[in-house]
Write a protein that binds this ligand. Sequence first.
Ligand code: GLU
Length: 445
Amino acid sequence: MYRLDDFMADLERRNPSEPEFIQAVREVTASVIDTVNDNPMYIKNRILERITEPDRVISFKVEWEDDDGNIHVNRGYRVQFSNALGPYKGGLRFHASVTEGTMKFLAFEQVFKNALTTLPMGGGKGGSDFSPKGRSDAEILRFCRSFMTELYKYIGPDTDVPAGDVGVGGREIGYLYGQYKRIVGENTGVLTGKGYGWGGSLVRPEATGFGTMYFADNMMHDMGTELKGKRIAVSGFGNVAWGAVMKASQLGAKVVTISGPDGYIYDEDGVNTPEKWAYMLSLRASNNDVVKPYAQRFKAQFVEGKKPWEVPVDLAFPCAIQNELTADDAKALVSNGVKAVIETSNMGCTLEAAELLKANKIAFAPGKAANAGGVAVSGLEMSQNAMHLHWSASEVDERLRAIMGSIHEECVKYGKTDDGYIDYAKGANIAGFRKVADAMCQLGY
Ligand code: GLU
């Protein structure tokens, strides 16, 4: 019989100074502890202890030279958390905030997210504390080459397949894949998020943003309404936010905010034209990490140093980074009449924020369900690479929509409470956990 506090006390002792990892494990364990205690097989197989310990944590030195000839040292990581369901799979994050604990929390979340997609993928994550902000294209190329010169030893198309994440988009995947190919001499699709001309899948760049809107549309149906006509706040302005604003517009909703580290944009007309979407991409490509220029370009309002959660909206989509939506933000959203919060960044809400939303019976979707569209289409990219062919955009998009539909169904199946409120976070945790735990029991230790 497990008790949450005892289990967590032991985990905290073994993982000191890793608050994000501890937060992620606590959130999952709280949801699944009854499932574990009710299942003698899970207890006998020590699933809780085994599922919260990564298979391995790889850390390596990355040396690179800037444009002025100065040498820099960064730290690179790959956390291979679980390959119970398939090859390790998950993105690479290049961001100054990256630590070993960040990588472990992201890899842990990835295990359950990937399980939810129903595709044969285990969970992993990697990256570096390198910040692309202000770096030239040539510097990013040199960093990527150096990073892959270490990473290539640990990955392979049937062992571990990295992809992008914060700070790693199409350009970085190109440089990384180029170096892998140069060293190993193989074109086997060891990374996903590749360019369309060299093994990438159509709809992969848009997939996370499209998927989260499909998921939100299904949630709206649970509430007897639809996404069409809703007012939406989005944070971030990268790849995920870009896909989200496009799909929201296509589904007839209006996104009125995007944000960056410098503040947020309030665009009452909506971020809803191809010109605005292309402009978001150009802001990202400039490596300056600011959204302010959008306000001048499209006559919108720029609110310096603040997050968009103070704007009255029906739905909020945190699409930037972990713990970006706090209890105070959740309070502001609730008092402004928000109907649902759809976490699209990984662990975008603090534990307190998520609890506050649930206490107020606001629909709350966790990142591991809502943002699974990205890795799902990565899985489809792996299938296309293995078959040496390409699917059309509509074929990939249909599969993505079906996968998001099945994730939503699983969340409802395991998350519906007696009063009819759907605890999507609990549902996602139980559904993902059961898949991995069952496989671990069958595979032995
Ligand atoms: N980084 C994305 C995520 O958090 C995508 C991972 C992938 O495509 O492998 O799920």
